[in-house]
Design a protein. Sequence first.
Lengths: 797, 191
Amino acid sequence: MSEQLQAPRAHRTPAPPRIEQALGNLFAAADPEPAFVKALEGRLLAQAHTVQRQAVLSRVPTRWTGWLGALRCHRAVAVAAGLLLILALAVAAIGPARVVAAIQDLVGYVPGIGFVDLEETRLLAAPVEVTRDGVTLRVEQVIASPDRTEVVVRTEGLRPEDVAWDSGARLDGGVFTLRLPNDRGMTSQKFASRFGEGTFEFGPVPDGMYRVRLELERLPGVPAGSGLPENWVIPLELRPATGELVAGLFSPPYAPDGAEDAHHGITLRVLAAGHSPKETAVRVQMAWADPEWARPTLGYIHRPQLRDDLGHVYHEGPMPGSGSVVQVEVMPQPGDAIPTQPADVPTEEVTLAFSTVSPSARELVLWVDGVDFEVPAEGRFVVDLGDDPQMGDAWPLDVHLDVAGFPVHLTAMRLVQEELQLRDGPAMRRYLLFTVEPVPDQNGWTLHSIGLRAALAVWEGGYGRYRPQSRILTTGLSLRSGASVPSGLVQVFVEGASVYFQGPWRLRWAVPASAAVAAAGKEPAADEVRTLPVARHDVASSTHSGLTLEVSEAVQTDRLLAATVRLVDPPMGVTLNRVLSSRPPATRSSLYIEDSRGRRSELNDDVSWGIDPLPVQIGGGTPPRSDTLNFEPLHPTARRATLHLPAIELFLSGSMAFDITVPEGIEMSSQDRFGIPASEPWPVDIALQAAGYEVHLSSAHLLGSDITPLLVLIADDPPDPDTGAWLTAVRPTSITGPDGHPLDLAHAVPYGRTNYVFDLSDPETAVVLPGRYHFELDGMTVAVPGPWELTWNLGAP
Amino acid sequence: MPSLSSQDRGGQQNTGNDALLVRAARRDPAAFAALYRRYVTPIYRYLYSRVGNAADAEDLTTQTFVAALEGLSGYHERGSFAAWLFTIARNKAADHYRQHTPQLPLHEALDSPAHGDNPLARMICREALQRLSALVARLEEDKQELLRLRFAGGLTYPEIARVVDRSEAAVKMAVYRLLRRMEAEWEEDNE
């Protein structure tokens, strides 16, 4: 039976702590003693007087400063003379090697061009190319310095007989033009070539201009009437040579036109977008049909992403409250049409902050995989705890509910407690948990939380957890601290639910021109050619421990360098699972790219290249065979890149089996080194062999609580840590319990198909039966230490 | 008028004042005291989070400020004084580790009373902090270091970037991802 209840309050899963505030409290728990602070201050004050007397002796004579100041009046001379002066002083003080590093901070060197003063020079952030009729024109570099502009080009696809390269020849005017945003054209003064690469020289590009066009009537050295493509137009995006992204490269905030998408009666719309060197802000409006839905949240399995037309995928940056605040507002102009919603349609707005979008992007797509809502739900049921309920008791149930249109079947309940070890002694958490049969999706809706409350005041709040991979939902009530477990009947009310609405939503819009272009009064032509980032293939390989890795593709843009690594001719049964960032057993990352000047690019969490987020998969699949790594962008003057790769993870295919026996009477009587309740480990002796690799399991233990006891397998370190394989996971195809029944893999393997942590508990009782568990595997993953170093050239050889 | 404003609350004003104090400290030793008072607590907290006990934290704090004072004439005011100071502290902590076994971080500090006389509130707070401490301890060392510099040391992202020799954007994203991961793990453990 059911009663008509008052409108239920929306249920929320107990909110996580505000992590940042909690971390602040955690680290602020230790303050120095005031007596120590005062004593140290006195000591430092006394010592400071001694240090001051010593410092006077090392002061640089002021007459040197005056001489340097005079040199700065003549910039070109100043660069060379400044270098010599720095060299003279620095070598005397700190030695030749550090002098080179210091000079590199002041100037850049571009082969074929020479030293460039980075402070006043604009460069091409990354090479670009255009292909027509099988002929590719690549612009390798643009050096826009205060007194001239040099453009380095390279062609591919020309036959030797097509080209008559004249080194150092003077050209007729009007054939090669650099077009500025104000439509003024500069003709090339000089052209020099060497083995298919040529350099045009033009006059200086005025300050503040970052977008120019290279216009070629014909390719260099190609005579008229050759039948090859003519009238090339290459738009070029320049950047400050220091690598800094300046505000002038970006559009002012704008209101996109038509950037909206709708599913399930939920409409998402981009109201405003703003770009800056620090981040990209997007203001999104959510509108939905049902006024009783509440608290929408964008993204569920994946966070929202921003994608551009070049191939970049931008990820969200730090949220407000983490040290930065982003607001974007676009004030409507008189006459502008302002999109509105009917008054009775609920809406909510949120501002998302992403990493900086490339100034070269012309189109953006906001990708949202789903939207989560709290929805009303009603229902009630009664359960009987009996006369003397005790912790650990379990009861079968057969309760059917309709929760927000989803058929929900409760199959069991149990009383569980969890003992937390605190410094003052143990503290208990006690729950009445209900086992829910996996709830099938309904027309792209996923039920992931059920809100419960009970009539008795001893039951407070609610408990809820959902595992997307296995679709296992757990709900329950928590018992007030210190209260006795009530006996008899418990009336339970359903007071709401959380539903995830599957998308994806794709909101697409065009990015307007930058402020610099707008100021010059010239918009890019509608049919302007789009240059693409250069992708180089099969650029480098390296062999270590008999395994050869290759960079099969390297894509360089102004926002990243994406390197795809693959394993060349792997042994039978071996595939590359992923590249690891540290060399086992170390945990510190040593995966990076280094250029020829020693500058490092770390892994880039801000931006990735062309990767679609994968849906959550239940069960296995073919392991990946290559891995694309995204690094921070290289310096514009970098000519060579070396990928330092510390280790890789291999998937080893092979049929294996082993037994793990969980001892009788095992208790969580200990803790692991992180303070999590654990059992004492027990020894096992299991050798796993696949594809020529062998690992050994030496012990196992249970970890966690009475609610989620987990089996953890412990593998030995390899006999030779520099060359041996370190087990990272096994992949079971079946697990059979002591009673001879197979365990549900979706429940037993909670963290993905490949793992070393397993949930062997009964889903309804949470009890891990003692006895023998039989594992059948079809593979395992191991970490193989390197290093591998793969080097390739970025421009001309 | 369209506008886009982005505010960094991370202490840009302090950076400018630090530069003035550094220059002043080179001439007048008393000015170093101002720098010391500004940074002694965050340095101590950071070192405490590394070594886990007050005695070693005091010792390393002393070593850090003595080294900073002696090296002040060589500090070139390029970047952030805080980043320079915390780099010294990190090096001192690393030297300490070469000679001592690291203790569980924040072990003693959680004994400190909180929330007045309310035992339940104290217990809940301490329980939550202990859980959080366990979550932190589970992280890789370089990730723990980011949290120490940010929440114990109170450094801004540009300052952290200088200390750990990474770009500001990489540090920001790493911390952001770390916090989201910890939130998720907290929910996973929440009962």
